[in-house]
Design a binder for this molecule. Structure first.
Ligand code: TYM
Length: 359
């Protein structure tokens, strides 16, 4: 696994020859490939931003990046179709508001590139039932959706493996909860390669050193999640400054009073991580800054720092959402660019397993 401090591991050989190129620089070498995705389940929250999207932006200059809205993953739980469509636009607008550049990176919507479903079917036949049964997210989600434990929910990690392997991704920047899924993608790739010879690049999860698991503000033993019933548990990147400050004021902490990390202080640990990322200060600096001050002052400072940190989203999401035609044009651009690369991998995999070439 790559974590932030090991950035150099992917950086070291940032340019190397893998034959076919995405953006072929003059010297006939290619940058390493980064792919990640987010489900369109409403406006992303602070955890999605700190755990994943923030790194997507940081990787944009150095690597060939593909970022997608994973709407095919979303229908593993029941969705309202109109709402899912709107949220797909909103998710994409959020990526633009985060500063991702649709010229530099390939930004696309998953269902608009048919190769994802095509490769997922093939990979399903190289994935073991037992492997899927061990996925912790499947266990959690099937416990929460007992009335709809569909087969798509079960094979969800195989579709995610297809997303990653289609583009021969080297690194997958995600939060800690997705690490197991990236590892299984690697196992599936390894199995396929060992049967048929080199077909897929083996991907590695890229997990931030701080903020890989941002916790709920209302229950700091649970991860921050959009599906939380308590509106104060989760800060959306588009929340108003007042809402952000109110949510941090109400954040659940322990009965202590010192702003210092420690065992059994999950609330304060979480707030220190958030404040540290939002302010760019180390956790030690944060502890020194609040020495002798109480939780009340600290929570207010957190709220203000996060509100500043998220300002670009508040200012820009609505602006992007107001121009659907522009978003549609970007969808088309991204889907065409992604499909060109994905097709090469699917054709290779189809040939390996013995399919007849498509007309
Ligand atoms: P999703 O939509 O649940 O989350 C998007 C990203 O946000 C991270 N994340 C968090 N990070 C820190 N703290 C949290 N509380 C927190 N909650 C979420 C997630 O780890 C993720 O990186 N299956 C994926 C989407 C996907 C994907 C892919 C990702 C589909 N195909 C291929 C990578 C590669 C998902 O549901 O993420």
């Amino acid at each position: 696994m790559l974590i932030e401090k090991n950035y150099a591991t992917i950086n070291k050989n940032a340019y190397f020859d893998k034959g076919e190129a995405i953006n072929m620089p003059e010297e006939n070498v290619r940058k390493k490939v980064v792919l990640s995705g987010i489900q369109p389940s409403g406006i992303p929250h602070l955890g999605n931003y700190i755990g994943a999207i923030r790194n997507w932006k940081r990787m944009e200059d150095e690597f060939d990046c593909l970022y997608m809205i994973a709407n095919m993953h979303s229908i593993t739980v029941r969705q309202d179709p109109a709402k899912l469509r709107r949220q797909t636009y909103e998710g994409f607008a959020t990526l633009l508001a985060a500063g991702l550049d649709p010229e530099k990176s390939i930004l696309f919507v998953q269902n608009q590139v048919p190769a994802h479903a095509e490769l997922a079917w093939i990979l399903n036949c190289y994935t073991m039932f037992g492997e899927m049964s061990r996925m912790t997210q499947f266990k959690d989600k099937s416990a929460k959706n007992a009335e709809n434990i569909n087969v798509g929910l079960f094979t969800y990690p195989v579709l995610m493996a297809a997303d990653i392997l289609l583009y021969q991704a080297d690194a997958v920047p995600v939060g800690a909860d997705q690490k197991q899924h990236v590892e299984i993608a690697r196992d599936i790739a390894q199995r396929f390669n060992s049967i048929y010879g080199d077909t897929f690049t083996l991907p590695e999860p890229y997990i931030p050193e701080a903020g890989a698991r941002i916790m709920s503000l209302a229950d700091p033993d649970k991860k921050m999640s959009k599906s939380d019933d308590n509106p104060n548990a989760c800060v959306l990147v588009s929340d108003s400054k007042d809402d952000i400050i109110r949510k941090f004021r109400r954040a659940v902490t322990d009965s202590g009073s010192e702003v210092r990390r420690g065992e059994g202080k999950s609330g304060i640990n979480n707030l220190i991580t958030i404040y540290s990322v939002a302010s760019g200060k180390s956790a030690e600096e944060v502890e020194r800054e609040f020495e002798g001050k109480g939780y009340g002052d600290f929570k207010l400072a957190c709220g203000e720092a996060v509100a500043d940190f998220l300002r670009p989203f508040r200012e820009n999401i609505d602006r992007y959402m107001a121009d659907k035609a522009h978003l549609d044009a970007l969808f088309k651009l991204g889907a065409e660019r992604a499909a060109r690369i994905a097709r090469r991998t699917v054709e290779k995999a189809e040939k390996r397993v013995g399919f007849i070439k498509k007309p």
